[in-house]
Ligand binder design. Structure first.
Ligand code: NAD
Ligand code: MG
Length: 388
């Protein structure tokens, strides 16, 4: 790559599952993708090693208590070091044309918005920040001429097959769901599942939080809300289809009966590579799809009774009055409580439902109000966890 074709990149959440896979791609072509900033929370060794290897200009830990450790690991390298919330925002403000938003949870909202507000191309994996801030987030994208490139595999699929000039002819947009590790487990067995069982996803290797979300299917609920904000087709035209093999990632039904589907091996490097090369396509070292070997693709309707998080998310989307912000915050608290064995698996949906019931609702009218609502819902969910 020459200087003119190079794309400067920053990665928020560089040490996570998506962050590492992004690094895997850019490290294969360092001339094309000079690295501006890398951020992480706790994994200082990994962050320092990648910052050095990729010649990043700025490395940030979200945890102020780890500042000195990171500073020491990078001393003599010329790489600037930062720590804490303001440094995360500074990392996103650095002049990289392309930013991977791969922090987990609404903790990613402020830094992702900082990248949006300087008009960057934002590869969005961090679905919670869009679920949490919704229309206010997409309004910022519009206002600042930024562009969201969906990195979540289903939304990436839809972005590739939705014909932007034919929106009126779209009858349905369908997100597929693997169904997670408990797809066919009876409800009373789910009561006893452990964090270890919940994070063992059959098709994808992902961070702990999204793995639990896949097991409760809240992940698909969050993705439904995410799709609503990314694609202008209306709530009633958004559907979920369970597809255990995770080969078909999304489908668009058109008025003439045509159905376009997007297929690919379950390998996040493919959607990430699409965002990285956009609007071009470039080679990615992902697994190639061998349909003859796979043989059979199967599909089934989702079961709202065993996976109540699906209905909770759909209802939150329909209410629109800050309910998605509350749903997301309560879910983050409940998943953390489940992972640390303070509540059972089925309590996750219970905590989310009770938080939604108890929280006074008023649609937030600014990002500050979103953050206040997110914090209030976290406090209420935390109280509900303690009361179980
Ligand atoms: P992960 O837990 O593996 O990584 C999260 C990253 O965020 C790490 O770098 C971590 O250090 C950082 N981080 C954690 N808490 C933070 C905080 N409070 N402040 C700042 N940084 C923090 O998660 P992941 O699986 O890579 O997922 C990241 C995001 O991408 C999530 O929103 C997830 O839903 C989404 N996503 C992931 C996948 C996947 O295959 N893993 C697929 C689609 C979407
Ligand atoms: Mg997904």
């Amino acid at each position: 790559a020459t200087a003119s074709t190079a794309r400067h990149v920053s990665i928020l959440g560089a040490t996570g599952s998506v962050g590492r896979q992004t690094i895997d791609l850019i490290a294969r072509d360092p001339e094309r993708y000079p690295v501006e900033a890398l951020t992480a929370n706790g994994n200082i060794d990994q962050l320092a090693e990648d910052a050095i290897r990729l010649r990043a200009r700025f490395a940030v830990t979200a945890d102020p208590a780890r500042y000195l450790e990171l500073k020491q690991r990078l001393s003599g390298t010329g790489i600037a070091v930062g720590a804490g919330p303001d440094a995360l925002i500074e990392a996103a403000e650095r002049p990289a044309g392309w930013v991977m938003a791969a922090i987990v949870g609404s903790a990613g909202l402020a830094p992702t918005l900082a990248a949006v507000r300087r008009g960057a191309l934002v590869a969005l994996a961090n679905k919670e920040c869009l679920v949490c801030a919704g229309d206010l987030f997409t309004a910022e994208v519009q206002r600042h001429g930024a562009r969201l490139l969906p990195a979540d595999s289903e939304h990436n699929a839809i972005a590739q097959i939705l014909e932007p000039d034919r929106i009126d002819a779209v009858e349905r947009v369908v997100l597929t769901a693997s169904g997670g590790p408990f797809r066919s487990m009876p409800l009373d067995e789910m009561r006893r599942v452990t964090p270890e069982q919940a994070v063992a996803h059959p098709n994808w290797s992902m961070g702990a939080k999204i793995s639990v979300d896949s097991a409760t299917m809240m992940n698909k609920g969050l993705e439904l809300i995410e799709a609503h904000h990314l694609f202008p087709v209306g709530i009633d035209r958004l559907d979920i289809l369970v597809h255990p093999q995770s080969i078909v990632h999304g489908l668009v039904y058109y008025a003439d009966g045509s159905v376009l589907a997007h297929l690919g091996a379950p390998d996040m490097r493919t959607p990430i590579a699409w965002t990285l090369a956009w609007p071009d396509r470039r080679h990615a070292p992902s697994d190639r799809l061998d349909l003859a070997r796979i043989g059979t693709l199967s599909f089934e309707a989702p079961d709202d009774r065993r996976f109540p998080c699906l209905a909770l998310a759909r209802d939150a989307l329909k209410c629109g009055d800050g309910a998605a912000t509350i749903l997301n915050a309560a879910n983050e608290v409940a998943v953390a409580a489940f992972l640390s064995r303070r509540i059972g698996f089925l309590d996750i949906a219970g905590i989310v439902a009770d938080t939604l019931d108890g929280e006074a609702r008023r649609a937030p009218t600014s990002i500050d109000e979103v953050i206040a609502l997110d914090q209030a819902a976290r406090r209420r969910a935390t109280d509900l966890v303690a009361a179980r």
